[in-house]
Design a protein around this ligand. Structure first.
Ligand code: SR1
Ligand code: MG
Length: 401
């Protein structure tokens, strides 16, 4: 089974049987393809007699969301498995364990997280996750610090940058986040009801200037090893556990891009609240939970990142008074800009989000789309002047008044 081809459910069982030490010889195994993302096949393999299970994730040579007309490198499976292993070494409890990687099949064998749910679904159901902010704040602080020039040997970092050159997946981001939403591109899926607001985005050259500057940072600022697609669909969660999955977009880029991905998806859910329950008090309550989570994530990230820098910073010049404060302010500003960009692309770009798109009431859906666009564009416009996380929350709260 060594030449690449997309596996069938029964071939996935044959492959799982060939793995050492996971299942009993000759026991019955079941297989189900459960992938619901944009790009890959995902097989759930289980052994009913012992209750053991694993996930086999296989990259397809094209983007599943569009079809075979959009070819996509299989090397992303290598990038994903290597990124997961680095992240596991830095945050052992916050990513799934990788049992094996099979390059010929672009296949990663990993821990089954079926006892968790996808966080986007959890938020749509208005579940609160009090430990999430601490978990993801730590994930961001540790993965971003220890893979940057601040936290690792700079020559080794350059070698690592080489391993994570990820041109095809970065190109998706460059187009779908930093280009298509700002022009009448055939890749967009513009909701007819908000065409006026989208046309305003296409014409706003002040906004385009900020997006061009953010895009330049995405293209050139090899600051840390990013997850690269850290939305709430890339997070498995349950009350006492958070697991970050799917780092196939990993590459060396600006730290604020990962932090902004988390905030953008919390704010998309914030914008969508009207579609998920009539009662004004519970809507307000959940919105406060979401903005409180943004504040807690930023504060955890900033505190832990500064502590790591003070204790484990690799060089003398980085300890110069004032440098750390300047650096953190720049990361905050980038975070504002990338949060906004990642909101805007989900309103009328190619790949949108269930938080908004699954709203049944058309009027509520339209208001959610307009709100997300208003918050996103305001954050992009403010990015280079931002000075505290409170300003992000203020923008969101003012937009719903
Ligand atoms: C063609 S892939 C579309 C989107 O799905 C992924 O999750 C990324 O966010 C990408 O932009
Ligand atoms: Mg993904």
């Amino acid at each position: 089974m060594s030449a690449y081809h997309p596996l069938t459910e029964s071939e996935a069982i044959d492959y799982a049987r060939s793995l050492p030490d996971l299942f009993q010889p000759d026991s019955e195994l079941t297989s189900r393809e459960i992938g619901d993302g944009n790009l890959n096949l995902v097989f759930h393999i289980s052994e009913p007699s012992t209750g053991k299970s694993i996930i086999l994730k296989q990259a397809l040579p094209y983007a599943k969301v569009v079809g075979e007309s959009w070819p996509l490198t299989l090397d992303r499976a290598r990038i994903e498995s290597e990124a997961l292993m680095i992240q596991e070494s830095l945050c052992p409890d916050l990513v799934p364990h990788v049992y094996a990687y099979e390059p010929d099949l672009a296949l990663t064998v990993m821990q089954d997280l079926s006892d968790h749910i996808i966080m986007r679904r959890g938020l749509i159901e208005r579940n609160k996750y009090p430990l999430f902010a601490g978990h993801i704040g730590t994930f961001l602080a540790r993965t971003l610090f220890y893979t940057s020039d601040l936290g690792m040997n700079q020559q080794e970092k350059k070698e690592r940058v080489k391993r994570f050159i990820n041109p095809e997946l970065c190109k998706i981001t460059e187009d779908l986040i930093f280009d298509d939403p700002y022009t009448d591109s055939p890749n967009n899926n513009v909701p007819p009801a908000i065409r006026d607001a989208v046309a305003a985005v296409w014409q706003d050259t002040g906004l385009h200037l900020e997006v061009a500057i953010l895009r330049e940072k995405f293209l050139t600022h090899a600051q840390a090893l990013l997850h690269g697609d850290l939305h709430t669909g890339s997070i498995f969660i349950k009350p006492d556990s958070t697991k970050v999955i799917d780092p196939e977009f990993a590459y060396y880029g600006p730290m604020g891009f990962d932090i902004g991905a988390v905030f953008a998806n919390l704010l998309l859910n914030f914008a969508a609240q009207e579609g998920w329950g009539e009662d004004e008090a519970s809507r307000q309550d959940f919105r406060s939970y979401l903005t409180g989570t943004i504040r807690d994530v930023w504060e955890t990230f900033e505190r832990e990142f500064r502590e790591l820098w003070d204790r484990h910073g690799t060089d003398r010049i980085a300890k110069t008074p004032g440098y750390q404060d300047w650096y953190m302010r720049e990361v905050l500003r980038d975070t504002f800009g990338f949060t906004g960009s990642k909101m805007v692309r989900r309103v009328h770009g190619l790949a949108q989000v269930a938080d908004i798109n699954q709203i049944q009431d058309e009027a509520a859906k339209e208001r959610a789309q307009r709100l997300a666009l208003a918050i996103g564009t305001s954050l992009i416009k403010l990015n280079r002047q931002a000075s505290s996380i409170g300003e992000m929350i203020e923008i969101a709260e003012k937009a719903v008044k």
